[in-house]
Design a protein around this ligand. Structure first.
Ligand SMILES: *Cc1c(COP(=O)(O)O)cnc(C)c1O
Length: 470
């Protein structure tokens, strides 16, 4: 770096690149980053699954005053890797069973790196036609893999929260303001979205789930009738395909019938579970998904993408643009005919990086069958876990059976505090991590087994550890 170049009187002189690096340094540091990442992947089975630091310690090493002078980038990278990036959950560790794992495919990481390196933008057609076609392509690929209609359109977002929010906005723009129906098992970010959209508490109806923790079609029909009688307009039913708690799926076909009868938007939150539909077994469980008006999934969960990546798919052509376009008169027909999508007109994000490159790269590299096999493996690992637990009924009780990669169970004689303590003890050991949860008034332990690199031995050893007295 040539910060000592004397000022020049030549108006055409190339300014010193004070925020750049020379090519040899860029290559050396870039290769170093690749080595750091691959070294970590090679030792991921042996690192602690989760480490949570203390704010004071972390701030002492990473914070401090604004660094006014330059410093050594090698040392800065080492500090990030050693301090910032070790104090976190490693969702791709084969014994990460908590909340929802993040078993990312390296091919996807490569796509993401390339996009960042090229400073890719995907906002307008004119400024990003190549990335736009990659996004249109992956939306179509995923829609087809899930069995959604060919007319389906989509947009990539940061995750399930923003993708659900986007779907909700489209629902309101197509149907008009009204009541949304959820259950007590709907992900907590969804009522938050609806509140921030300005829905009143009367317009956010949280229905009690049935004994299997699913939406009851009967309860739904009743609530809709009640609202219509009271002069309220039903706007949208929010069904869940694979709840985060238990993997339970609402009765999508029955819900689709009700929505069709009353011209209500059917939104499916499949942030966790929708990827199961790419397998034959998951497709059967999620029957009716193809009838939804909007479907959300989180490719950074069960579609093997690094954070962050959410996807909102809408089966009514043009509905995304009708909701979000800043220049509606210009846009409509052009795009339908030519496929020239301005992705800045499909959500609240305008300047946005291309999140599609990673998905494209991983699907192109491994092919859809590898994704199907990996998803099926997650479904089967939860079933293995359930079978294993059922072999010792004196110790374990199944609370909810294996559903789409999640099983919930209780340790006999344990209450909520004891379950939490068992989960915390296992996590603190660094060997594995899992969650405890409340299902209505039952406390439970929960394993989410969607990492295809998890072995049966990983599961039995984790359960053994969990069974040991606190
Ligand atoms: C994870 C999840 C969300 C929220 O998604 P983020 O990617 O964390 O924003 C919403 N709904 C369900 C069912 C989820 O599992």
């Amino acid at each position: 770096m040539s910060s000592s170049t004397p000022p020049s009187n030549d108006p055409f002189a190339i300014p010193a690149d004070t925020l750049g690096m020379d090519p040899a340094t860029m290559r050396r540091l870039g290769h170093k980053v690749v080595d750091m990442v691959v070294d970590r992947l090679e030792r991921r089975n042996t690192e602690a699954v989760i480490t949570t630091g203390k704010a004071d310690d972390l701030t002492a090493r990473l914070g401090g005053p604004v660094p006014d002078a330059p410093s050594d980038p090698d040392a800065a990278l080492d500090l990030l890797a050693e301090v910032a990036l070790t104090n976190m959950q490693h969702g791709d560790h084969p014994r990460y069973f908590a909340r929802v794992p993040g078993p990312a495919a390296f091919a996807a990481t490569l796509g993401d790196w390339l996009g960042t390196g090229f400073n890719t933008i995907c906002a307008s057609w004119g400024g990003g036609s190549g990335p736009a076609v990659v996004e249109t392509t992956v939306c179509a690929w995923v829609a087809e893999m899930l069995g959604l209609p060919a007319r389906t359109e989509g947009v990539l977002l940061s995750g399930g929260s923003m993708a659900n929010f986007t779907g909700f906005c489209v629902a309101r723009s197509e149907i008009g303001a009204g009541v949304a129906y959820l259950t007590d098992q709907t992900h907590a970010s969804l009522p938050r979205n609806l509140r921030q959209m300005g829905l009143s508490s009367e317009q956010i109806r949280i229905l009690p789930s049935d004994d299997a923790l699913r939406m009851s079609a009967e309860t739904l029909a009743h609530a809709i009738a009640e609202d219509i009688a009271a002069g309220r307009r039903p706007m949208m039913v929010v069904a869940t395909a694979g709840s985060t708690n238990t993997g339970a799926t609402d009765p999508l076909d029955a819900i689709a019938d009700i929505c069709a009868a009353h011209d209500i938007w059917m939104h499916v939150d499949g942030a966790y579970g929708a990827p199961a539909a790419i397998t034959d077994r998951g497709r059967a469980t999620l029957s009716g998904l193809e009838r939804a008006d909007s479907v959300v999934l989180d490719p950074h969960k069960w579609f093997f993408q690094p954070y962050d990546l959410g996807l909102c798919l809408v089966t009514r052509p043009g509905a995304l643009e009708r909701c979000f376009s800043m220049n509606p008169e210009y846009l409509r027909d052009v795009q339908a005919i030519s496929g020239e999508v301005n992705y800045g007109n499909r959500s609240l994000e305008l300047s946005r990086r291309s999140r599609a490159l990673k998905l494209w790269m991983s699907l192109r590299t491994h092919g859809a069958q590898a994704f199907r096999d990996a998803v099926l493996r997650g479904i089967e690992l939860a079933e293995f876990t359930e079978d294993h637990l059922r072999r010792t009924p004196s110790r374990w009780e199944i609370i909810t059976p294996a559903q789409l990669g999640i099983v919930c169970f209780a340790h006999r004689g344990s209450d909520a505090a004891d379950h939490a303590a068992r989960a915390a003890r296992v996590s603190a050991s660094g060997f594995a991590t899992l969650s405890s949860t409340m299902l209505k008034d039952r406390s439970a332990l929960r394993l989410c087994t969607i990492n295809p690199l998890t072995t049966e031995d990983d599961i039995t050893r984790t359960l053994e550890m969990l069974a040991a007295p606190n």
